[in-house]
Design a protein around this ligand. Structure first.
Ligand SMILES: Cc1cc2nc3c(=O)[nH]c(=O)nc-3n(C[C@H](O)[C@H](O)[C@H](O)COP(=O)(O)OP(=O)(O)OC[C@H]3O[C@@H](n4cnc5c(N)ncnc54)[C@H](O)[C@@H]3O)c2cc1C
Length: 431
């Protein structure tokens, strides 16, 4: 048994999910310590989207104003065939924005992370350059051993440590002898059939000095086995992605790690293709500020997301969606809401807690989050294949799908966002 008023959360991972959880726990008045194996807000990756439902919870956490002032709302979206012909300029983004009063936004990942970190009142609880290596638990709590030799005591350990989660691997190792199938699922939950270049470029064509696209716009290009997305969510910059179907599917933990030479070879091969009607991937590449290439892992961890004790997974360690619609990271923030809501409820219930109370609470969080994660992974995976026109039947469907009325799509999307969770222990945001 532990006493509720001594409850402390150890968070492994200080990226979007770990830092959002830290902010939520701080607002809830729950003690925590966050361990991040790299620096906080590293200059890695490129951009990340903020959708309507996450804007609502970020309003509750007091970070949304800063994110909004640094960005331009995305209100226009145009779709292009492989020949650069614009076949759809649907008003979906504008319509969803009107319905939810919270437009889509896109920004540098580093800025997003830094804003979450800056918003924390007590930064002494965040330890950068400290990686979780192992843990032991008993009836009183959990002890985490870090790679710098330090140890941290807490009531629960939350693995917000991404696709290649150490915490998930530790759970896998612990069950390997008794349940080899579960161990395998935990070690190898995601597949990658596409690679993605994530890039940020100046919004100014190197050749003509003209902007590639107006601010606040999204372009989507449909090729065969390849697609592209570009978004001007911050003045002067284009965030863009090139998605390429791989010849073979790989699985975590053996998905490829790409070098700068691999990235250049990918541009060499596909750079001549159009993204918008008047510019190519190569044009964007020539104006680049920052680029990276990653495999696009996708899937949902099967079985339970906790170890039947005091350890639970949240974020990309539980599920990973392809990035075409930009929903993945937002769905992970929903997981933070569900988990924090369950923790606060549990702490209200009783002055003492058993390990079973904690495991039951983890299961309730998962019951709420898993369907949202599964839907996100399925829809994102479909969109990746559809935009890449992966099969003949998707090519046949294109004229039908592109004629679905904007009002239907925006109603469905707005409902999905409205159904997203809020932090129940904080005042509701304005509607
Ligand atoms: C380097 C990087 C770049 C990315 N770039 C983009 C991008 O440009 N666009 C986009 O849409 N998405 C990007 N993503 C993915 C996106 O950030 C996540 O999908 C989403 O934010 C959910 O995040 P998460 O916090 O669950 O996991 P992640 O963002 O993957 O973060 C996991 C964190 O845990 C830390 N960590 C790992 N192991 C340990 C350990 N043993 N102990 C302590 N800490 C540990 C990692 O350093 C990392 O900071 C990137 C992810 C990473 C790791």
């Amino acid at each position: 048994m532990i006493e509720t008023n001594n409850f402390k959360v150890i968070i492994a991972g200080g990226s979007i999910v770990g830092l959002t959880l830290a902010n939520a726990l701080e607002r809830a008045g729950i003690d925590f310590v966050l361990l991040e194996k790299r620096e906080i807000a590293p200059d890695l990756g490129a951009s990340i989207g903020l959708l309507c439902h996450n804007s609502r919870v970020f309003e509750q956490l007091g970070v949304v104003e800063l994110l909004n002032t640094a960005t331009v709302p995305l209100l226009d979206r145009a779709h292009f065939t492989k020949d650069g012909y614009q076949f759809e300029d649907g008003g979906v983004l504008k319509s969803v924005s009107d319905k939810t009063r919270r437009p889509f936004r896109f920004m540098e990942r580093r800025f997003y992370l830094q804003t979450l970190y800056d918003n924390l009142l007590d930064k002494s609880k965040v330890h950068a350059q400290v990686g979780v290596q192992s843990f032991v638990e008993n009836k009183q709590g959990v002890t985490v051993f870090a790679d710098n030799g330090d140890r941290y005591e807490g009531s629960i350990l939350v693995g917000a440590d991404g696709v290649y989660s150490t915490v998930r691997q530790l759970i896998s190792q612990a069950v390997a002898a008794s349940d080899p199938l579960r161990a395998k699922n935990l070690m190898s939950p995601f597949r990658a059939s596409y690679r993605a270049i994530f890039a940020t470029s100046q919004n100014s064509n190197f050749n003509s000095q003209r902007p590639f696209m107006p601010d606040g716009t999204v372009h989507v290009a449909y090729h065969h086995g390849i697609s592209g997305v570009a978004a001007t969510g911050v003045k002067g910059l284009v965030f863009w992605f090139l998605f390429v179907k791989e010849n073979e599917t790989t699985s975590t933990p053996d998905c490829p790690r790409f070098t700068k030479e691999d990235e250049e070879a990918t541009i060499e091969q596909f750079g001549h293709l159009n993204l918008g009607s008047s510019y190519t991937f190569r044009d964007l590449w020539n104006s680049k500020v920052k680029t990276a290439m990653f495999p696009m892992e996708e899937g949902v961890v099967k079985g339970s997301w906790n170890n039947g004790g005091r350890v639970v997974l949240v974020g990309d360690s539980t599920s990973k969606a392809t990035i075409n619609p930009g929903i993945g990271g937002n769905t992970q923030v929903e997981g933070v809401c569900h988990l924090t809501n369950e923790i606060t409820e549990l702490l209200k219930r009783s002055p003492t807690l058993s390990t079973q109370d904690i495991t039951d609470m983890f299961n309730k969080y998962e019951e709420k989050q898993r369907p949202r994660a599964e839907l996100t992974v399925a829809l994102s995976g479909f969109l990746t294949r559809y935009e890449a026109m992966e099969t003949w039947w998707l090519r046949l469907l294109m004229p039908v799908i592109s004629r679905i009325p904007v009002s239907w799509v925006s109603t469905l999307l707005s409902k999905h966002f409205a159904d997203g969770p809020l932090f129940e222990f904080l005042p509701k945001p304005n509607t």
